[in-house]
Design a binder for this molecule. Structure first.
Ligand SMILES: [Zn+2]
Ligand SMILES: [Zn+2]
Ligand SMILES: [Zn+2]
Length: 269
């Protein structure tokens, strides 16, 4: 089966997907040319659009060369022509190309994107292990926060970061902590979609950029308990905050002990 073509293309700076990046990369202060250079020829249009452009160009070329109309009328005929265009490589050349490809290294960012399950590539267990050790670079952090503030004011709800780490529709969070999401604070009855619109995701170590994909730094909490644990609730004393944090760590540990599912790599698995 041919690979499924995507109607969108991912921005390598902010990881959002768009039909085209031609207008979008300006938000990152880049021209299309600069973007392509910086991200080694990354696509700026979707694979679907690219295919359509290829086909229409081919249609034009075939027509110009005086090919019979039936050769370029149907998509099937065009695809056939596309598959057979150009010269075939000799076995030696093919081997050379294969070797060259083996040597080309992925950028750290690219690897990270794969490990975060954002590119949808299938990788071996061993590769995954290696990739899980790839860290965010300072530059990547800056780029992401810049893009977030440029595109929408990023409160936690609806922010880009949620999509990045928690998964589309909090897919990853739900896999790890159960669906519907609920506040894990002992005695709290808040359930997302039932008696509260949205449940927050607290970062146990207070670092929002520390997002292991197994949820080891996450804990779903309702807004009130999230504020308490973060120490943002004005009415609470430092002792109360301290106690709440201990409780949060404890319920997290208990949950993980019973329900640990490991790293959730992709949105759909
Ligand atoms: Zn972007
Ligand atoms: Zn928090
Ligand atoms: Zn709560």
């Amino acid at each position: 089966m041919p690979k499924k073509l995507s109607p969108t293309v991912k921005c390598e700076v902010c990881y959002n997907r768009y039909k085209s990046l031609v207008g979008h990369v300006k938000k990152h202060g880049l021209t299309v040319k600069e973007y392509k250079k910086k991200y080694e020829g990354a696509a700026v249009v979707s694979s679907l659009t690219r295919r359509r452009m290829q086909l229409s160009r081919l249609r034009y070329v075939l027509k110009k060369r005086g090919a019979k109309p039936e050769k370029y009328k149907t998509e099937k005929a065009l695809k056939l022509a596309l598959a057979h265009r150009g010269r075939k490589h000799t076995p030696e050349a093919r081997e050379k190309i294969r070797k060259a490809r083996l040597g080309s290294k992925l950028s750290k960012e690219h690897k990270l994107a794969i490990s975060a399950g954002l590119l949808g590539h299938e990788v071996s267990e061993e590769t995954r292990k290696k990739l899980s050790q790839v860290e965010f670079t300072e530059e990547r952090r800056r780029n992401i926060s810049q893009a977030q503030s440029a595109e929408k004011s990023n409160t936690w709800k609806g922010g880009v970061s949620r999509h990045l780490y928690f998964g589309k529709g909090k897919y990853r969070l739900k896999k790890i902590f159960g669906e519907p999401l609920k506040c894990f604070f002992p005695g709290c009855d808040k359930v997302e979609g039932k008696n509260t619109k949205s449940v927050d995701c607290h970062h146990l170590d207070g670092d929002h950029e520390n997002n292991p994909l197994d949820g080891s730094n996450w804990l779903p909490l309702c807004r009130k308990h999230h504020m308490l644990v973060d120490g943002r609730l004005r009415s609470s004393t430092p002792e109360e905050v301290e106690k709440a944090r201990d409780l949060a760590s404890k319920v997290h540990a208990d949950h993980m002990k019973e329900n640990y599912v490991g790293e959730v790599k992709a949105y759909h698995e």
